[in-house]
Design a protein around this ligand. Structure first.
Ligand code: NAP
Length: 262
């Protein structure tokens, strides 16, 4: 029987992760099958426990379950513990449910170069936590801005970085702005950064990607971050070298047929 894995989200039906992961497993000639698992929040814990007893070896976790996944794990890797959110689970006979976070490493890999010295992270949810932690760990001076300023202050305090807006060489959008193509950027501190990462993605360039491209900034889009976090999850589960180009092609193909996230 194939080894089973899946992505737990709500919604999850339009996730690009099955296309991306199944393409990778095919390329690696691994007999794994990866499916979308839509699970409402109130059923998350029981579902994870049931998966563990039903032949599943691994799972990704997306909105809205990343904090709950950190709570349910028997063991957390160092990044997952420090970030307080989990996007990758493995089910292991000896260790039980192991929680890991590859959103952080995925962002750094997607940058493809050492992070600039200064970074402004927009948002204070799970994605912003991972981004701010990853950039701080990589040596950047990080500021966190959020629509609800008190959340930015609390996260900044927790991570030992600054809160509020300010000039930066790297701008990371980790808010939900851009999920709708006509989202307004009014009130968002779009600073004059030379590198712009938008974690949000859709079937068309997001408003922040369009804004950054018009200014001539180097742009890293959310699909590239998705591919890189998926590549790190796959390596964590299998120990194999992830076929990043194959995964990217699968995600882009899936992206042209849907506009959903994760
Ligand atoms: P989350 O925990 O729900 O946080 C949402 C954040 O967006 C909060 O900071 C919220 O601010 C802010 N926000 C929502 N609507 C806004 C608006 N109209 N104007 C300004 N700020 C707004 O979500 P998350 O898990 O952090 O994810 C954030 C985004 O990153 C999602 O779109 C997700 O799909 C994307 N993401 C992408 C990847 C990838 O691999 N590419 C990975 C992870 C996440 P308040 O605190 O004021 O509500």
């Amino acid at each position: 029987m194939s080894t089973l894995a899946g992505v737990l989200g709500f919604p999850a039906a339009h996730s690009r992760s099955p296309a991306m992961m199944n393409a990778a497993f095919g390329e690696l000639r691994l007999d794994w099958r990866y499916v979308a698992l839509p699970v409402p929040p109130e059923r998350f814990a029981e579902t994870v426990r049931a998966l563990r007893g039903s032949g599943y070896r691994a799972a990704n976790v997306t909105i809205p379950h990343k904090l709950a996944a950190a709570g349910i794990a028997d063991e957390l890797t160092d990044p997952a513990r420090a970030i307080g959110a989990v996007n990758t689970l493995s089910f292991d006979e000896a260790q039980g449910i192991v929680g890991h976070n590859t959103d952080a490493g995925g962002l750094i890999d997607a940058l493809g170069e050492p992070p600039p010295a200064t970074a402004l992270v927009l948002g204070a949810g799970g994605a912003a936590r991972a981004a701010a932690w990853a950039l701080r760990e990589a040596g950047a001076e990080v500021r966190i801005w959020n629509r609800t300023a008190s959340r930015a202050r609390a996260l900044a305090r927790e991570l030992g970085v600054s809160a509020g807006s300010g000039d930066a060489e790297l701008l990371v959008n980790a808010t939900a702005i851009g999920l709708k193509p006509d989202d307004s950027l009014e009130g968002i501190p779009l600073v004059d950064a030379r590198v712009v990462v938008d974690l949000v993605y859709g079937s068309a360039p997001t408003p922040i990607v369009r804004w950054a491209e018009e200014r001539g900034a180097r742009v890293v889009d959310g699909l590239e971050v998705l591919v890189r976090q998926g590549a790190l999850s796959l390596a964590f589960w299998t120990g194999c070298d992830p076929p990043v180009d194959v995964m990217r092609r699968a995600v882009v193909q899936a992206a042209s047929s849907t506009s959903a996230q994760a």
